[in-house]
Every structure is written in structure tokens, then in C-alpha cells.
Design a protein. Structure first.
Length: 261
């Protein structure tokens, strides 16, 4: 199925529904939720998924698991998605919070094949086997550290969201303290309590994940480092590798695997 709203097929008695959707560049999919669990796969481009408690940056050929009933919004940058919508009873192991995951070549091929299936596919036969194998493969996905936790405290959250829009690795905690009217010690406690990270860790993660969008747009690593305020490309590359386990070039060269036209 391609470019149809899930609401049109949500009530079909099939455990797995697959829909491919092509979005305009820089499209915002406003706050919404689904009855089914969702596996949102980026066939092209970069997605930023936001919920009440975090922001996930999902580059090409990766996916995010979105639990049923989770309100979320998605910013699409050059994105074509392939989504699996799954009956909650079929995935009792599904995480309670969104999770970014790596996608194996086999799972990628299964997702692309599922999008080409009829929505009311036969309950026995090849398409049903694809759906069953998808459910098996989804249980073994490797999680990726592509999320930035967001605090519930309104004033701190507003500062965090503004920072995500224009991150700077040298943004001083003193500026945040002045905005909140608190000491640096109190700011440290707020970050640890609301995000599980200290300020420097949170700032670093936000910068690295923002850089995924720059890399996907073809920006050279040197310019990415300058844009984010790193002292030199080596410092940026080291921080990138420390978080994601691979150099920036691995994300620049990750090719899209689009489905059939």
C-alpha cells in the first residue's frame, strides 16, 4: 500500500499492515497517535520524532518503534517512509517508550516486500509468511542511541527545545542558569533528574544527533564541526564515534533503499 492513511485500513483483521508514504521536503506531521504499534522506517531522508519525553533523530535505513497510543509528531527532511502498523496483541514485547533501532538487510527486504502486499492478504501463503517473519525479525533489533531525552519541567523543556533547533557544543551552562534563575548546581540536578544525563552529556548528544541531518544533506564534516561549534573536525568525529560507534562518513554514505515505484 502506498500513500494512503492508516485509518482507511486500521480495522482490517490482519496483524501487520504496511504502508509506504512519500512526504514533501521539511514536512511536519503534527501531533497524533495510532491504535496499533508502529515501526517507522526511513527509506530516504532523516526523521525527527518527538514525544512528551524525548526526541529521536532517525537517519536513512534506520527505524523507530512507536508504542500504541503514544502521541508523537514527526519532522520529515527528504523522507520517504515505510511503516508497519501492528496489532498490539501480536507484539506483547514492544517497548513502552519509543526506541530507535538498526535495520538488518533481511528486515529491510521484508518491509519493502510487505508494502507491496494487498492490505487484506491471504491468511495462508506467501504474504502471510512475510508478515509472520517480520514479527520474528522485529524481536531482535539492535537499539541505537539516537534519542535526546526531554524534561517535563516546562521552562527547562523550552530551553532544551530551543537548543535542539540550533545546538552549540560550547553553549555555557551559565546562560541556562540565567534564564532559569538557578545555580549551576541546581541546573545539574535538574538535568540529571529529568533526563538521566548531566548537562554536558545532554548537550553533546543533542549536537551529534543534529549533525545527522547535516550529514544527510551532504554537508562536509569540516563544515558540520564548525556549525556545531567544535574546535576542529577531529573533536567532532571523536564525539560522534563515541556516541554512535561509527564515524560520520558511515552516515553520509548510507544509501536509501526505496521500494518499487
Amino acid at each position: 500500500m502506498r500513500n494512503i492513511p492508516v485509518a482507511e485500513v486500521d480495522d482490517l483483521d490482519r496483524a501487520v499492515l504496511a504502508i509506504g508514504t512519500d512526504y514533501p521536503h521539511d514536512h511536519l506531521l503534527a501531533w497524533h497517535e495510532h491504535r496499533r504499534a508502529q515501526v517507522l522506517y526511513a527509506a530516504t531522508g532523516v526523521m525527527q520524532v518527538e514525544t512528551a519525553d524525548g526526541s529521536w533523530t532517525v537517519p536513512t535505513a534506520r527505524a523507530v518503534l512507536i508504542p500504541p497510543g503514544t502521541r508523537h509528531q514527526v519532522t520529515m527532511t527528504g523522507v520517504s517512509t515505510r511503516s508497519l502498523y501492528i496489532e498490539p496483541a501480536a507484539v506483547p514485547w514492544f517497548p513502552a517508550r519509543c526506541r530507535a533501532v538498526d535495520v538488518s538487510p533481511l528486515l529491510r527486504a521484508l518491509i519493502l516486500a510487505a508494502v507491496e502486499m494487498e492490505p487484506r492478504y491471504a491468511e495462508h501463503g506467501r504474504d502471510a509468511a512475510v508478515a509472520a517473519l517480520l514479527l520474528h525479525e522485529l524481536r531482535n533489533l539492535a537499539p541505537l542511541p539516537l534519542d535526546v531525552p526531554l524534561p517535563a519541567e516546562p521552562r527547562l523543556r523550552a530551553l532544551c527545545e530551543a537548543f535542539l533547533g540550533a545546538p552549540d557544543i560550547h553553549d555555557p551552562p551559565a546562560r541556562w542558569c540565567a534564564s532559569l534563575g538557578v545555580s549551576e548546581r541546581t541546573l545539574a540536578r535538574l538535568f540529571r533528574r529529568h533526563t538521566g544525563l548531566n548537562f554536558a552529556q545532554w548537550r553533546q548528544r543533542a549536537c551529534i544527533l543534529r549533525s545527522l541531518r547535516y550529514l544527510a544533506a551532504g554537508m562536509p564534516v569540516t563544515r558540520v564541526a564548525v556549525t556545531l561549534g567544535y574546535d576542529n573536525p577531529a573533536a567532532y568525529t571523536a564525539a560522534f564515534r563515541a556516541l554512535l560507534g561509527r564515524p560520520p562518513s558511515a552516515y553520509r554514505s548510507a544509501g536509501a533503499v526505496p521500494g518499487p515505484p
